[in-house]
Design a protein around this ligand. Structure first.
Ligand SMILES: *Cc1c(COP(=O)(O)O)cnc(C)c1O
Length: 431
């Protein structure tokens, strides 16, 4: 039989650079031809040959409620009948904002945008406008979308393609970006001691999901907040991936258990908040958010922002996640999968390291869990490619890069996990 995926890729490459609209979708890092997906339901996706796969990408984290959840589908269909976009305020924008505020106590005011990148870009402008400072501190291996100022040592897509920096980003654009090592407290303290008066903000992924899965140490988060308070810089939590995924209140809810005073100045949300539609947001303290136009002098706008179909999808998704027991269920699934992987590693004599939080997990063939990007980069990409293709052949779809974490949805079943572990067992025998 003809491989339809190959035919579709050949056609795509004639009209789309590399055949894709986002580089991480290509199989460049692992070799081979990407699969084209025709439909998805629950934990499964089907490719152009009608082959099913258990999906551990979930649209890079957005599909926490699983694909085509009936309640979400109904909400979106109802919204579609009423028109697609008005360019006026709509009630659902307020309803969605209210819902987010209920789960994120650090957010007083929020603005909806269309992508995580846009949320990041807008938040940086706001931080600079508010503090009247230029410098931005980011950490190696954290990805904050493709906004120019942060396209350095951004993990994920950049790391997958072996480029620390993107071409086309001028030195001028990044001269005010300081890149530090994740979890390195002395380096951060030294940077603030030298340049703290000029630092507008510190931006980080509190649990980094773009260098596989690496947690910030809580002492590190504590020092980030302490220095930002002392120097009146803003602390920005990029929870585009972790928001609603690791807990209803994001990674900040988890760290607040250890650091009760933790309160990021700004929080960025994306992925899950739109349930698969282009929707993202940034929000935070009222005193800061008031500086946004039309209230303040920091301009930010969007023709399709707060789109009625996207808000319907996001609201329905969050309502599903608000049901009692959802996050305990997700954690149980992640635990079963990661513990199973660990055990297989032991049996096969492979150095398997795992970690998870809520519906997000990491898996490494390393001797110890990494805490920095450099440690993640020690993973063996040749072995990973082998592992990836072996799993794919057995109907298990994980991200085609060792720099990405894994995503579970509420619709993954125990039997899906058993099938996955069986595929890993076969794969481990090949390594
Ligand atoms: C995905 C992601 C972004 C970028 O979001 P897009 O919607 O792809 O622009 C930013 N930050 C983090 C942490 C992300 O995971």
């Amino acid at each position: 039989m003809m491989d339809q995926n190959l035919t579709l890729m050949q056609e795509a490459c004639k009209v789309l650079p590399g055949g894709v609209n986002s580089p991480v979708r290509s199989f460049q890092a692992v070799g081979g031809n990407p699969i084209f997906i025709n439909r998805a339901q629950g934990a499964y996706i089907w490719d152009a040959n009608n082959t099913p796969y258990i999906d551990y990408i979930g649209s890079w984290g957005a599909m926490l409620a699983g694909h085509a959840h009936p309640k979400v589908v109904t909400a979106v269909k109802q919204a579609i009948d009423l028109g697609f976009s008005y360019g006026t305020p709509t009630e659902r924008e307020t309803l969605l904002a209210q819902k987010v505020l209920r789960h994120f106590p650090s957010i007083d005011l929020i603005r909806l945008v269309n992508s995580g990148t846009e949320a990041v870009m807008s938040a940086l402008r706001l931080a600079r406008g508010y503090t009247k400072r230029a410098l931005i501190v980011k950490f190696e291996g954290c990805y904050h979308g493709h906004t120019d100022a942060l396209l350095i040592k951004g993990g994920s897509g950049l790391a997958t393609f072996g480029a620390p920096n993107s071409a086309g980003v001028s030195m001028d654009t990044i001269k005010d970006t300081i890149v530090l090592e994740y979890n390195n407290i002395p380096q951060l303290e030294e940077t603030f001691a030298q340049r703290g008066q000029n630092i507008a903000c510190v931006i980080l992924e509190p649990i980094a999901g773009n260098m596989n899965f690496v947690r910030a140490h809580s002492e590190f988060i504590e020092v980030c907040q302490k220095l930002c308070t002392e120097f009146q810089s803003l602390l920005i939590f990029d929870e585009v991936m972790t928001g609603f995924r690791v807990a209803m209140g994001g990674a900040q809810e988890i760290y607040q258990q250890k650091i009760p005073s933790l309160k990021p100045d700004l929080t960025l949300l994306g992925k899950v908040i739109g349930g698969g539609m282009p929707l993202a947001a940034f929000g935070g303290k009222k005193s800061i958010m008031q500086h946004l136009a039309p209230l303040g002098a920091v301009y930010q706008a969007g023709t399709l922002s707060g789109n009625p179909i996207a808000t319907a999808c996001g609201l329905a998704t969050l309502e599903i996640l608000e049901q009692p027991g959802v996050y305990a269920h997700l954690a149980n699934l992640s635990k079963k999968l990661t513990e199973g992987l660990c055990q297989l590693g032991k049996i096969k004599g492979l150095p398997v390291q795992v970690d998870y939080e809520g519906g997000m997990f990491g898996f490494f063939l390393l001797d110890a869990l990494p805490t920095t990007y450099q440690e993640v980069a020690h993973s063996n990409s040749k072995i990973f490619s082998k592992l990836f293709h072996s799993l794919l052949k057995q109907g298990i779809y994980i991200a085609p890069s060792m720099y990405e974490c894994g995503f579970i949805s509420i619709q993954h079943s125990e039997s899906d996990l058993d099938k996955t572990l069986a595929a890993f067992e076969t794969t481990f025998n090949l390594l």
